[in-house]
Design a protein around this ligand. Structure first.
Ligand code: 5AD
Ligand code: FES
Length: 351
């Protein structure tokens, strides 16, 4: 056992801090026993707060129209091969009814930045979902909006908002996005969302073009400033109709180690074992939980549209029905000694 590795893990546990140098060491050095030491420390930290409960969020991918053209993303507006769809209000509400029946207490409405879904339409949708399922939480994941728009969503009853910052380093941000998008604006959105009162999720991909350890360190510094309630991380996976089609897939190993680091630095944070992690490795989501994650986001979209919401190639669960993913995930969670929570799964500070 490498003592330096062990010391860094202990230091993270005690101080909830890490230096840039130590971060690189924990993510890149050490063998089997070192990584296991890290995972175990993170697992224990998660168990102390969440008692081996895993929160499920039903993910409804309600539109793949998007006005943005992010270089990594399969539903970028420049991808003319993407078959575009948007769900009707009735279809979205029926997804929620199905989700409620199979025990989900959170619905995540995720979509591209689709101008059809005006603030009024989103608010109407949120109000109807909350009226039909008053004990459930509604999470929005619909991109960058003004403070005023976010406030309207919140007043309509939305509880949480997911907006990955993708990278805190603005130079790196501009390698991943066209010139009309700005890393500074994206970060401002996250502070606006927090100010309004949402439970807020930020996050990054691992292994995007040009990403270095220094960038990941900057992401951690940014997160320490933002204090998000959720952090979504997953490996970058190339999509054949994007400029990044020939880029290599992000590392599952680094993703798992970073999940553990985040758990130790932010013991109470909601940390999903993402679909991208489950796509890059068929047991990725289980490994994520065993590295300190405590959330899973089963697909609740109608099966007919799943293959069209392809952010990256090879995405799992595009042939399954909601009930199948639900059963599958519950089995997977139980097989590794965890159980699915009955509660809404709010951040501990929001209970
Ligand atoms: N590989 C992995 N994750 C991706 N995302 C978008 N495209 C990809 C890709 N090619 C992630 C982004 C986005 C979230 C919804 O999905 O981080 O914020
Ligand atoms: Fe969808 Fe396993 S979670 S099939």
């Amino acid at each position: 056992m490498d003592n330096r590795y062990k010391d860094i893990v202990e230091l993270m546990k005690d101080t909830r801090k890490i230096s840039e140098e130590d971060l690189a060491y924990v993510l890149e050095s050490g063998g089997e026993s070192e990584r296991e030491y890290l995972f175990e420390a993170a697992r224990n930290a998660a168990d102390q707060v969440f008692h081996k409960e895993i929160y499920l969020r039903g993910l409804i991918e309600f539109t793949n129209y998007c006005r943005n053209n992010c270089y990594y993303c399969g539903i970028r507006c420049g991808n003319s091969n993407a078959e575009r769809y948007r769900l009707t209000e009735e279809e979205i509400l029926s997804c929620c009814d199905i989700g409620d029946k199979i025990g989900f207490k959170t619905f995540v409405l995720q979509g591209g930045e689709d101008p059809y879904f005006t603030d009024d339409r989103i608010c109407e949708l949120v109000r109807k979902i909350k009226a039909a399922h008053p004990s459930c939480a509604v999470t929005l994941s619909i991109g960058e909006k003004s403070y005023e728009s976010y406030k309207k969503f919140y007043d309509a009853g939305a509880d949480r908002y997911l907006l990955r910052h993708e990278t805190a380093n603005e130079e790196h941000y501009s390698m991943l996005h066209p010139e009309n998008m700005s890393g500074a604006e994206r970060k401002q959105c996250l502070f606006d969302l927090k100010d309004i009162g949402f439970q807020v999720g930020c996050g990054i991909m691992i292994g995007t073009q040009g990403q270095t350890m220094k960038h990941i360190y900057e992401d951690i510094v940014f997160m320490q400033k933002l204090e998000p309630h959720m952090i979504g991380i997953g490996p970058f996976i190339p999509h054949k109709d994007t400029p990044f089609r020939d880029e290599p897939e992000g590392s599952v190993e680094i993703t798992l180690r970073l999940l553990s680091v985040l758990r130790l630095l932010f013991p109470k944070v909601l940390l999903p074992a993402t679909t991208a992690l489950g796509t890059a490795d068929s047991l990725g989501r289980e490994k994520g939980i065993l590295a300190g994650a405590n959330v899973m986001m089963p697909n609740l979209s109608p099966s007919g549209v799943r293959k069209k919401y392809l952010l990256y190639d090879g995405k799992i669960c595009t042939g399954e029905e909601a009930a199948e993913c639900n059963q599958c995930l519950r089995r997977r969670v139980e097989r590794i000694g965890y159980h699915v929570a009955e509660s809404r799964g709010d951040h501990p500070d929001f209970k």
